[in-house]
Design a protein around this ligand. Structure first.
Ligand code: NAD
Length: 493
């Protein structure tokens, strides 16, 4: 497979509108998870490149971009969305090469949503009013207060590998709509589509310096150099909770604002009064879509005891029908893990489950694949039962295609077990009893509670995590809270 990531042989940084390598000549490998082979080299940014990117972003902010009328800026964002769609196949190919995910998934979710993120936030910013107050003063003349929304400045965007284009544009879209400039550090595992976006930025006429990309790792590499840079005004990050903690420490220096979308250990609650077909279909997606590498995925399923056996047996049947294979094959609906490290991590939980006495309903290992894929990062979809709630497999985020199914006897017990976690990202509730649905949804400590659905996202709604699953909310007008600063103007009349 070839990638049209850019014209260079290696994947470059995109700084001030140009594709550039690292002065140090330092590079790292990036892999095709389907075959396990290196498919490209990536330049690793040192402080020099990070500094150049931040400087370009600062200059753009002080220059034409910062002065640009809103309508013109938003028209560019519309063109950007169209530009991504015009190169849909290039993005699709690059995303699937980096992640191994099936085309059937990326062509419906990753790429179209990646493009839509620019239009959605262009629309939001146009239509949001600011507040105004008349203040009474002793002289009777009064004073008029009104608020202005101004950009935060240069925003660092640090993104993960599971939905690379979608999650990056989810942040770059509102950041640019609000008039900021950005320096993006995509995951070292998935550098391709973020780099490709640089080409589209140039094609549609986004000014140099508005969008910059630097590649590398976290600690002692591009990620850390970026968060430590004193001219970064705010940091928006999606990734692991532990990484968020490290980034927050850096953000404390210079009082930089943060927006964090972090890990999860999400519960699915299946009540006896559910529509079983819907619950099975939804849980299949929430546990196994994207090879289980979805922050909102369900790794803990709680099922009312009277339907427990039927649910387990039907989920097993469906999981065993998943079809791994080449991303471009139409019938492939199950890809590999993104990296050998991630697969090793998930396999270590598979082993832990076995040691702790889990019943392995299905899976539990590495599948036999045809010779040409045998070095790929494949793993079996896995279902367990019979573990105690204290098990690490039930408490810790695995981020793989697996779930544990536990029976419950009462609504209170289900809610208690669902909430017994340090995380609080998402839940899926399966019941045809509407009163119960509302009651339970209000009691689960999460950022998003789905009822009889999963991953159904209205981009105007608040998105984020409770507890250790995040700080702040993005989406719709909520993104403006982070990507702009309110300035109050008080005019004495
Ligand atoms: P990660 O935290 O390992 O890495 C994310 C990004 O942070 C990468 O670009 C990485 O290079 C960078 N990074 C790592 N250490 C850093 C440091 N010290 N300073 C600056 N940057 C650093 O996460 P991941 O493995 O790429 O992604 C999986 C995780 O992301 C899971 O925990 C998942 O739940 C979470 N996630 C959350 C959401 C959400 O919306 N809440 C969405 C997707 C993924």
């Amino acid at each position: 497979m070839q990638t049209k990531v850019n014209k260079q042989e290696a994947i470059c940084h995109f700084i001030n509108g140009e594709f550039v390598g690292s002065a140090s000549g330092k590079m790292f490998d990036t892999y095709n998870p389907v075959t396990g082979e290196v498919y490209a080299q990536v330049h690793e940014a040192g402080r020099e490149e990070v500094d150049a990117a931040v400087r370009a972003a600062s200059d753009a902010l002080k220059g034409v971009w910062g002065e640009m009328p809103l309508e013109k800026r938003l028209a560019l964002l519309y063109k950007l969305a169209d530009g991504i769609n015009a190169r849909f196949d290039d993005f699709l190919q690059a995303e699937c090469l980096d992640t191994g995910k099936p085309y059937s998934l990326a062509s419906h979710i990753d790429i179209p949503r990646g493009a839509a993120n620019f239009k959605v936030f262009a629309d939001v910013i146009k239509n949001v009013a600011t507040e105004s107050f008349m203040l009474e003063t002793p002289d009777g003349a009064g004073a008029l207060n009104y608020a202005l929304r101004v950009p935060k400045g240069v925003v660092a965007v640090i993104s993960p590998w599971n939905l690379p284009l979608l999650l990056m544009t989810w942040k770059v879209g509102p950041a640019l709509a609000c008039g900021n400039t950005v320096v993006v550090k995509p995951s070292e595992e998935t550098p391709a589509t973020t780099t490709l976006l640089g080409e589209v930025m140039n094609e549609v006429g986004i000014l140099p310096g508005v969008f910059n990309v630097i590649h590398g790792f976290g600690p002692d590499s591009a990620g850390e150099f970026l968060t430590q840079h004193k001219d970064i005004d705010a940091i928006t990050f999606t990734g692991e909770t532990a990484t968020g903690t490290a980034i927050m420490r850096e953000a404390a220096v210079g009082m930089r604002d943060v927006s964090f979308e972090l890990g999860g250990k999400n519960a699915g609650l299946v009540f006896a009064d559910c529509d079983m077909d819907k619950a099975i279909e939804g849980t299949m997606r929430s546990a196994f879509a994207n090879c289980g590498q979805v922050c909102l995925g369900t790794e803990r399923v709680y099922v009312e005891r009277s339907i427990f056996d039927e649910f387990v047996s039907r989920l097993k049947t469906e999981a065993e029908k998943l079809k791994p294979g080449l991303p471009e094959n139409k019938d492939t609906n199950f890809g590999p893990m993104v990296s050998i490290q991630q697969r090793d991590k998930v396999i270590s939980y598979y082993e832990k489950a076995q040691q702790e006495g889990a019943t392995i309903v299905t899976g539990g290992g590495i599948p036999e694949m045809p010779e040409e894929f045998s070095k790929g990062f494949w793993i079996e979809p896995t279902i367990w039962t019979d573990l105690p709630e204290s098990s690490a497999v039930i408490q810790e985020e695995i981020f793989g295609p697996c779930c544990h199914i536990q029976p419950f006897d009462s609504e209170e017990e289900a809610i208690r077990m669902a909430n017994d976690t340090d995380y609080g990202l998402a839940t899926a509730i399966w019941t045809e009893n509407t009163t119960r649905a509302h009651r339970v949804a209000a009691k689960i400590e999460v950022g998003i509670a789905w009822v009889n659905c999963w991953f159904l996202r209205d981009l105007r709604t608040p998105f984020g995590g409770s507890k250790q699953s995040g700080i702040g909310r993005e989406g719709g007008v909520h993104s403006l809270e982070f990507y702009t600063e309110m300035r109050n103007v008080c005019v004495k009349l």
